[in-house]
Each structure stands twice: as structure tokens, then as C-alpha cells.
Design a protein around this ligand. Structure first.
Ligand SMILES: [Zn+2]
Length: 459
């Protein structure tokens, strides 16, 4: 737990520098670092250089751009606390495109404060959160002349395009990045006013399926009824992937799934979550899924198999009496501890091959995979984070999980062997990736205090 007197001092420093801190964030948000569009490559490099200069100004050392072959990653550290833990802070300075531009109240790269929020692309995802960390470092160094623990910063520019470069970098730079803990601030509170720590992310793996029939498209009058239709065959295969209880039928699919403990289920059930409201928000009256599990359990702690796209045959206006030669599907599985992506991919491929209907051929291509990550709620690193959030927000955080995946997190676990704590300060209403993205300024200020309290507590 942070020493209350030390916390009070750094809190005061942060509060007296709040205006300057907000001005710095605005500068950061004016840089159009859109990684998904090639014409912004020079802006990303400028953004990385700008960030490097600000990291240096905040008091970090050895600040440099690490090349990834794409948009550079910015690195800097402060390592003068021997015997104290070393924390690697990860975030990203790249953003999603801003379209559709006409749905923004004010332009996406002209940050504006309205009603206690700052509006701009990247405000919550993830520049605002990266900036909170720099403000905390700066305030701690100004107040005490030193940091309570060792810190390394790794801020990448390719998160929105899959993190390929930084994933390779993490594997190559084990020495430089070695840490006792990785803290990722790129997530949101479970609800407004409810500080949250996410303990886990699901993993992900992907496959592509092609079903082939005749060597060319056929006239459905000449051949229909006498040859297998690849689209029918694919539909039959896909329909057989779940049973009536919503379970995936692939043998072995659930073999290594770690069951939820009673206390984990109780904690999830206690969260302020309204199933009907959650569904109504996307225009649905009822949910669907594996029997015996709640929506939160299904999305956080159970594996899934989803068809993300299916195509084949005639798609144009009007009709065309054709039997298409091929049919295609893209499939992904969300994974949970302790499933292994390669084993799941193999099981799904073998199942599809074994159940291919007669008269057609199937080929299945296994894609990429990354495992789930989960840190124990009993870990002292998690307790310290919870203490820090409580100190800054006046309320004990809830423990949640994240149904999605953050590309680089499995690489941290694999290369560094360090636990990953997801300490995010966004809110569900931040509209990340959408027009009018914004960040709550109260969370922005208290978030900086929570980060400073975390480092004080770990020290
Ligand atoms: Zn993000």
C-alpha cells in the first residue's frame, strides 16, 4: 500500500500541474497517427518522435525509437531503484481512422473539452491512457527526485493493425524488456464510477475453409439435383459445429478448458450487469450460447467457435441459376485458459475434414493463434493495483475479464514470463473506434493518481 503522506504529496503535484498536463494531451491528440492508412506513415513517425521527446522531458532515460519494419515503437526507462520491482508499461500511440467525419461534433484531431470530457480520436484509445502514465512519472520525479520502482515504457504504433512488429520485437528484446510485471492501460471500467481491473483476456485462433465441387460453375437445370452443391455442403458442415445446447461439437474442444471456480462465478454474478439491457442495446430480445452459463461467463471464461464470413455463388442483383464450384468460410475461436491454439486448430480441422459431406472436397487452412492470458486475483501485483485504485477513486475495484484479445499480451507472457495486469481508465461510453470518441476528465485525473499510487505501493 502506498504511504499516505507520499501519496498526498504526489497527488498535490499532479493537481497543481493538471492544466499543463491537459495541454500536453491536446498536443498529443492533434497528431493524426492513423496506423491503418498508409498515407499517414510520416505522421506516425512524427508522433513517435514527439512522444519520445515528451518521455525524455518527463524524466525517462535511454529513450529511443525501436524499429519494427513498420511504425516505430517508443521505448524509455528509469532503472535506479535496485531491489525494487521492475514494471513494463505498455500502450499505443496509433489510432483508428476517424471516418465517418461528418458524424463528429468537432473535428477528430482538434481536441475539445465539453461537459467534463475531452473529445478527439485516440482520447481514450489509447493516447489519453499513455499520457496518464507519463504524467504520473513526471509528478513522482518532480516530487521525490526518484521513482519508487523501476519502470520501462513500451509504446507501439501498430496496435490497431495487429501489433505484428512489436510482437517480434518483444521476442527479440527479452533482455531490454525484462520485467516482474506488465501493466497495460488500454481497457475501460466495467461501469462509470466503478474502477475495474481486468485479470484476463481470451486467446484467438483462425481457420479458412474451402469446399470444392465441380471444376466449374454448373447450370442448375442441367446438373441440379444430381450433383452435390458446395454451398449446401458448407452450410451442413457449419450447422453441425454446435449442438442444441450451444456447445461446440468438435471432439476435444473443451479438453483443457479451466473450469470456473465457485468464487469466480459468484464475483461475476455480483457485477452490475443487466442481460436484457445489454441485449437491447444491440437490438436483441434474447441471447444465445452454451447452456448453463451467463452472458458474462460465456464471453469471459468459455471458448467459442464463430463463423465470421461465408461466401460463394452468385451475389449480384437478380437471380442466376447456378451451382457454384466452391464455397468458403472464415472461422475464429476465442480461447480460454488452458487451451492451446495449435491443438484447437488441429481438432477443428480434423473434425471438418471427417464430416465433409459426400460429392465435394474440403480444404482447411490453419491460421494464426495466440493463447488466453489470466493472472491470479491473489497475486500481490493485483492486490497492489487494487489498493492504488481504491486510494485514488475511493472505491475498491471489481475484478473483471476481457472477452477480446490484445495482440501483444501473449508475447509478453511467453517472452518475459511476467504477469499482465490490465489497468484501464476508459469508460463504456467512450465510443472508441467511433465518431465522437472521448475520455472522461475525472477518470483522466484520478487515473494519474492511481498510477502514481500503484508505483508507490510496489516500491
Ligand atoms: Zn487500444
Amino acid at each position: 500500500m502506498a504511504d499516505p503522506e507520499a501519496f498526498r504529496r504526489v497527488q498535490q503535484r499532479l493537481r497543481s500541474g493538471a492544466e499543463e498536463g491537459l495541454a500536453g494531451l491536446k498536443e498529443f491528440l492533434r497528431l493524426p497517427t492513423i496506423s491503418t492508412l498508409p498515407e499517414f506513415a510520416a505522421d506516425l513517425r512524427r508522433g513517435a518522435q514527439w512522444l519520445a521527446a515528451r518521455m525524455q522531458a518527463a524524466g525517462l532515460e535511454e529513450v529511443r525509437l525501436l524499429e519494427t519494419g513498420g511504425h516505430p515503437t517508443v521505448y524509455g526507462h528509469w532503472l535506479h531503484a535496485p531491489g525494487r520491482p521492475t514494471v513494463l508499461v505498455y500502450g499505443h500511440y496509433d489510432v483508428q481512422p476517424a471516418d465517418p467525419l461528418d458524424l463528429w461534433t468537432t473535428p477528430p484531431f482538434s481536441p475539445e473539452v465539453r461537459d467534463g470530457r475531452i473529445y478527439a480520436r485516440g482520447a481514450a484509445d489509447d493516447k489519453g491512457q499513455v499520457w496518464m502514465h507519463l504524467q504520473a512519472v513526471h509528478a513522482l520525479l518532480e516530487t521525490f527526485g526518484r521513482l519508487p520502482c523501476n519502470l520501462k515504457f513500451l509504446v507501439e504504433g501498430e496496435e490497431e493493425v495487429g501489433s505484428g512488429g512489436v510482437i517480434r520485437l518483444v521476442a527479440q528484446e527479452r533482455q531490454r524488456l525484462a520485467a516482474d510485471l506488465v501493466v497495460v492501460s488500454d481497457t475501460a471500467f466495467f461501469a462509470p464510477g466503478l474502477p475495474s481491473l481486468s485479470l484476463g483476456l481470451r486467446g484467438l485462433c483462425s481457420l479458412e475453409v474451402e469446399v470444392r465441387g465441380p471444376t466449374r460453375d454448373l447450370h442448375s437445370g442441367e446438373y441440379g439435383g444430381a450433383v452435390a452443391n458446395p454451398l449446401h455442403a458448407l452450410a451442413e458442415l457449419v450447422a453441425g459445429l454446435h449442438d442444441a445446447r450451444g456447445r461446440v461439437t468438435v471432439p476435444g474442444f473443451y479438453d483443457h478448458v479451466r473450469p470456473l471456480r465457485a468464487d469466480e462465478r459468484a464475483a461475476m454474478a455480483a457485477l452490475p450487469f443487466d442481460d436484457a439491457q445489454w441485449l437491447a442495446a444491440v437490438g436483441l430480445e434474447s441471447g444465445w450460447g452454451e447452456e448453463g452459463f451467463s452472458s458474462l461467463e460465456r464471453t469471459w471464461a468459455r471458448p467459442t467457435l464463430e463463423i465470421n464470413g461465408m461466401w460463394g455463388g452468385f451475389q449480384g442483383a437478380g437471380g442466376k441459376t447456378v451451382i457454384a464450384a466452391t464455397a468458403h468460410a472464415k472461422i475464429t475461436c476465442r480461447l480460454v485458459p488452458d487451451q492451446q491454439p495449435r491443438a484447437v486448430l488441429r481438432a477443428v480441422r480434423e473434425h471438418l475434414q471427417a464430416h465433409c459431406p459426400p460429392g465435394v472436397h474440403i480444404s482447411v487452412r490453419e491460421g494464426e493463434g495466440s493463447p488466453a492470458s489470466l493472472v491470479s486475483v491473489e497475486s500481490p501485483m493485483v492486490t497492489a493495483a487494487a489498493d492504488a485504485l481504491e486510494l485514488a477513486f475511493g472505491r475498491r475495484p471489481v475484478f473483471v475479464r476481457t472477452g477480446g484479445s490484445i495482440g501483444v499480451v501473449p508475447a509478453f507472457r511467453e517472452a518475459l514470463g511476467a504477469p499482465v495486469v490490465l489497468m484501464g481508465f476508459g469508460l463504456p461510453e467512450d465510443r472508441i473506434h467511433a465518431p465522437d470518441e472521448s475520455l472522461d476528465l475525472d477518470n483522466f485525473r484520478r487515473g494519474q493518481e492511481a498510477i502514481a499510487a500503484y508505483w508507490l505501493g510496489l516500491g
